[in-house]
Write a protein that binds this ligand. Structure first.
Ligand code: ATP
Ligand code: MG
Length: 527
């Protein structure tokens, strides 16, 4: 019997089973922290197809089209084969267009356009445009930190992100503008000079205070409250009639705080970078942030949120000032969401597959009018509200938030003499000097506890560090009774007294320090 092959002359074509494989190191973002992602590319014969695996979200799936178009636009061949791209670790959900460039480089390595040996210990991040242009991505500063910590020698990043990347020393930064430039850079990686120069002088000069405390006339008590707040990291509530200068004072708080250290600038810039808040005008954060969310802000806007968690206002105010103007107009639910963040100085946002943590160590300055018409207690204008209306208005400030505020101060409108006076007030620089000295004292005192400020002392250590005279104890006992202080308010009162003592370079907390701290508890809020 003839076999089929003998009968019919069929030419059997060997399927093209040749595989080519490449792996490129890239990075993913979780909160402000980055983690390594390995992009594995496998190209084999078979029907042309392009498959992405490893829990990609919609934006990454779309990267297939961007990668295909960018490779073709750069005058290179896009393999008409079966391409499988795996984003490892496969159990973490990947989001955003960050991996475009690494996927393209992986495909070009398989295609032998790039020699894989040039990619050893080089990480790659960037979004591709259809023309092959590289767009900036969020989180580059965190990517560079992660690459350095994981032993990378260098990282290829979008050119527009180069300033934030250059905040990190000890890793080679290669900023690029297009896919073609990325290819050239990788081919010449051993010869090419990395980007290091970052001259912060210009930015620092620009940041130098545009506003100053000397512009605020009078208001000595409010200024003193802000000086204490800046020195010890305490929270402040200012109550006063319209136009008394509350907003003006709050805007100037950061001008009396010490400049950020390099590490702090990195921390703050990381948050802005992760949240996509950097742009061509603000490429890194140099000065202390000042954030003023509107009272219509949602809880997500304030504390952070979104399906891919984004930092909220409290995190954007990290190491700076969060100013809640018109405090009584904020929704109670929104304010209550702040309670935990104020204590822990970080916020964890949990989503189905992962949770992201953002730091939020800020000084809270809140302001409101004393009553609905705004003139309760005003020297010149008569208040038209009933006692009931005043009570109801102030009761809108949630108790737990009030409990977390260390200094309450009444800001009265200036009288005619103060208003027309030409006397200049003390400027920010001179107040800042005292603040810095008081902070130095605190830093030395708490060096074993690894904290820096009086406001950070836990209740376990508070008695040891806030020693009182016998007389002082008596004053405080009386205050607890008459002001109905909670345990938390009592601790806060002690810490404020400690800061006042530090501002006058006193080792022990004297009676006058306690009495001054007690001045910043308004009888309006007596229980
Ligand atoms: N102490 C002051 N010294 C100099 N100017 C002042 C002072 N207080 C108020 N002003 C002037 O009044 C304007 C309004 O002040 P500001 O906005 O700070 O008031 P406010 O207390 O926040 O009022 P509102 O309750 O309406 O928000 C300021 O821009 C400033 O020009
Ligand atoms: Mg105001």
């Amino acid at each position: 019997m003839k076999t089929l092959n003998e009968d019919i002359n069929i030419e059997i074509v060997e399927p093209n089973n040749k595989h080519s494989f490449a792996s490129v190191l890239s990075c993913g973002l979780n909160g402000v922290n980055a983690y390594p992602v390995e992009i594995e590319v496998d190209i084999s014969g078979g029907l042309p197809n392009f498959i992405l695996v490893g829990l990609p979200d919609a934006a990454i799936n779309e990267s297939k089209e961007r990668v295909r178009a960018a490779i073709k636009s750069s005058g290179l061949e896009f393999p008409s084969k079966k391409i499988v791209v795996n984003l490892a670790p496969a159990d973490t959900k990947k989001a955003g267009p960050t991996y475009d460039l690494a996927i393209a480089i992986g495909i070009l390595t398989c295609n032998e356009v790039i020699d894989s040996s040039n990619l050893n210990d080089i990480w790659v991040v960037g979004e591709l445009g259809l023309s092959g242009k590289i767009r900036q991505v969020n989180g580059v500063l965190s990517f560079v930190i992660s690459a350095k910590n994981n032993g990378a020698k260098g990282i290829i990043i979008p050119k527009e992100n180069k300033e934030e990347a250059a905040l990190i020393r000890g890793i080679n930064i290669y900023p690029i503008d297009s896919l073609s430039e990325a290819i050239e850079t990788i081919k010449n990686i051993k010869r090419i000079k990395s980007f290091t120069s970052l001259n912060l002088e210009k930015e620092i000069k620009e940041e130098i205070n545009q506003v100053d405390f000397s512009e605020v006339k009078g208001q000595l008590l409010a200024k003193r409250a802000l000086e204490i707040a800046a020195a010890g990291g305490h929270h402040v509530l200012m109550i006063g009639s319209p136009g008394s200068g509350k907003s003006m004072l709050a805007q100037r708080l950061s001008t009396i705080m010490p400049p950020l250290f390099h590490e702090e600038r990195i921390e703050v810039t990381q948050i802005y970078s992760a949240g996509g808040k950097l742009n061509s005008n603000r490429k890194i954060i140099i000065g202390r942030p000042f954030r003023t969310p509107h009272h219509s802000a949602s809880a997500a806007g304030l504390i952070g949120g979104g399906s891919i968690p984004q930092p909220g206002e409290i995190s954007l105010a990290h190491k700076g000032v969060l100013f809640l103007d018109e405090l009584t107009e904020f929704q109670k639910r929104v304010l209550d969401s702040l309670r935990q963040a104020i204590e822990t100085k970080e916020i964890t946002l949990s989503r189905s597959r992962k949770s992201s943590t953002f730091p939020c160590d800020f000084i809270l300055i809140a302001a409101c009018n004393p009553c609905p018409c705004g003139y309760f207690g005003d020297n010149l204008k008569k208040c038209t509200c009933s006692t009931f209306e005043v009570r109801k208005y102030l009761n809108k400030i949630s108790g737990p938030i009030l409990d977390r505020i260390d200094l309450q101060v009444e800001v009265k409108r200036l009288n005619e003499n103060e208003l027309i006076s030409n006397q200049t007030s003390e400027n920010s620089l001179s107040i800042k000097r005292r603040v810095i000295e008081a902070r130095e004292i605190q830093k030395k005192r708490y060096k074993d506890l690894k904290i820096n400020l009086n406001s950070e002392v836990g209740s376990r250590n508070i008695r040891e560090h806030c020693k009182l005279s016998t007389n002082g104890e008596g004053i405080l006992k009386e205050a607890i009774k008459s002001l109905a202080l909670s345990a938390r308010s009592y601790d806060r009162l002690l810490k404020v007294s400690r800061t006042i003592a530090d501002l006058s370079n006193s080792d022990i907390i004297k009676d006058e320090h306690i009495l001054e701290a007690l001045q910043f508890r308004l009888s309006t809020f007596k229980a």
